[in-house]
Design a protein around this ligand. Structure first.
Ligand code: BG6
Length: 478
């Protein structure tokens, strides 16, 4: 058995997909509140305001806002040691740049953290999980504006001050590298894109990389603040980590896989862990004609605000080919040069399922940074129903999680310092990309459907009982 005694087993969530109560307790509108529902086949829509005839999944989501006591009690029953969640920026600052925080919002999270403490559950809190106040998008073009750095800093400073004795583990931005992928422009960066499709091939890359630079600076500034004023706190980065395999051992495929993995999966972690832009990024920007504006102190700010631990999400791996013919006939979830990996199975939503890839990722990341690692998202989205016996028999989820946990175990034996694992997701929540309820990830089922109907009742799936045993045995006897 290799899992350390105090390993942080748990589950994860994100406010915009879980919390609901979008206009309660003084909360303001977030960009996520302006994205309609969609499906695997139909993209979600970004709207300029709330349209009466559209359904916005974030508005109620699966209503953690009113169910937090019940949900946290279920987490405790499962034996969770940790619960990853995010704070809704607009619950604390309704416009994003208000002078004074909204006390009702602060109190809500006090209640949540107190409830966690009651059961000895460690909260792991993301400051911004796909969460930009709508006002900052409209008035400042979101993260494209440097001024947003100060608003975020003020927001984070209020959180650290208020919750310093309740929350030890913080994450500055969820999947910060998503900024340059398909869904990043509005959801991660809050760019003022007007009414448009939510998912489309990445565009406006110069602006996106500049906005991402502002997020790096913001992250480094609040990390330095925590180090200086609250040295007990641990501040982490969070990367959507997708290893790239070469489709063949042809050197061109190998080179392409390395280049894509560098810019898509490694670049942001390199900046946040080492405090400077890596050499290959400079070449990439030069090749693409991007010019990232650094303010005078930015190099120093980045260098002084490096993270204490590294977290990442892991769902799948990608396979790339430098041969246009192969790529043309292939398929990729996220565009680019991806092709199907013939050795792997796909999920219902076309994710290549690859447990061994997780061991590879863990070794690669640890080799690069030598920091404690946490996997803060890992799971499978499946359409599922309650069976005739009233239960949810999700053997596929058990199989998926089990195989990934076995590889984590092996990575720890390899010598990787893995300190936590929060599955995606604890409770069924809205899918970020498609806006569906149908794509369920939880080990706890919620009676809520794509048309907005449902009682919001909770029900334990078979995977709940299975995961409870995994935690009870600290990952042994899988
Ligand atoms: C990650 C996000 O990209 O993957 C989550 O951090 C998201 O917010 C998860 O829900 C799964 O993706 P999706 O699109 O299936 O919900």
């Amino acid at each position: 058995m290799s899992f350390p005694k105090n390993f942080l087993w748990g589950g994860a969530s994100a406010a915009n997909q879980y919390e609901g109560g979008y206009n309660e307790g003084g909360k303001g509108l977030a960009c996520a509140d302006l994205i309609s529902g969609g499906s695997h086949a139909t993209s979600r829509k970004i709207t300029a305001g709330i349209k009466e005839d559209l359904l916005y999944p974030s508005h109620e989501a699966t209503d953690f806002y009113h169910h937090y006591k019940e949900d946290i009690a279920l987490f405790a029953e499962a034996g969770f040691k940790a619960f990853r969640m995010s704070i809704n920026w607009t619950r604390i600052f309704p416009n994003g740049n208000d002078q004074l925080p909204n006390e009702a919002g602060l109190q809500f999270y006090d209640n949540v953290f107190d409830e966690c403490k009651k059961y000895g559950i460690e909260p792991i809190v993301t400051i911004a999980h796909f969460d930009v106040p709508a006002h900052l998008s409209e008035a400042f073009n979101g993260w494209a504006s440097r001024e947003v750095i100060d608003f975020y800093y003020h927001y984070a400073a209020v959180l650290f001050d208020r919750y310093q004795n309740k929350v030890k583990y913080w994450i500055t931005f969820n999947e910060i590298n998503t900024a340059t992928l398909t869904i990043g422009n509005f959801l991660s960066l809050g760019l003022n894109v007007g009414e448009s499709e939510f998912i489309h091939q990445p565009d406006h890359m110069q602006q996106r990389y500049q906005a991402l630079h502002h997020q790096f600076v913001a992250s480094a500034k609040v990390t330095a603040l925590a180090h200086e004023k609250y040295p007990e706190l641990q501040i982490g980065c969070m990367i959507s980590y997708m290893p790239r395999y070469p489709y063949t051992c042809h050197p061109n495929d190998v080179l392409l896989a390395k280049q894509e993995e560098n810019m898509h999966s490694k670049f942001c972690g390199d900046v946040q862990v080492t405090g400077k832009y890596p050499y290959y990024a400079k070449k990439y920007f030069a090749d693409h004609g991007f010019d990232i504006v650094f303010a005078e102190d930015d190099q120093e700010i980045l260098a002084n605000g490096t993270v204490d631990y590294y977290t990442f999400s892991y769902y799948l791996t990608l396979c790339v080919s430098a041969d246009d013919q192969v790529t043309k006939n292939g398929h990729s979830m996220i565009g680019g040069s991806g092709v199907n990996n013939p050795y792997l199975e796909q999920s219902e939503w076309n994710a290549m399922i690859d447990p061994v890839g997780l061991r590879i990722a863990l070794n690669d990341i640890y080799d690069r940074y030598q920091l404690p690692l946490m996997i803060v998202e890992n799971g499978i989205g499946v359409s599922e129903d309650v069976a005739a016996d009233g239960k949810i028999h999700d053997a596929y989820r058990i199989d998926y999680l089990q195989k990934h946990i076995i590889e984590m175990d092996k990575a720890i034996e390899d010598g990787v310092d893995l300190i936590g694992y929060t599955i995606w997701s604890a409770v069924d929540i809205v899918s970020a990309s498609t806006g569906e309820m149908k794509k369920r990830y939880g080990i706890i089922f919620v009676d809520k459907y794509d048309d907005g109907s449902g009682t919001l009742d909770r029900k334990k799936k078979d995977s709940f009982d299975w995961y409870q045993k995994v935690i009870e045995n600290n990952g042994a006897n899988l």
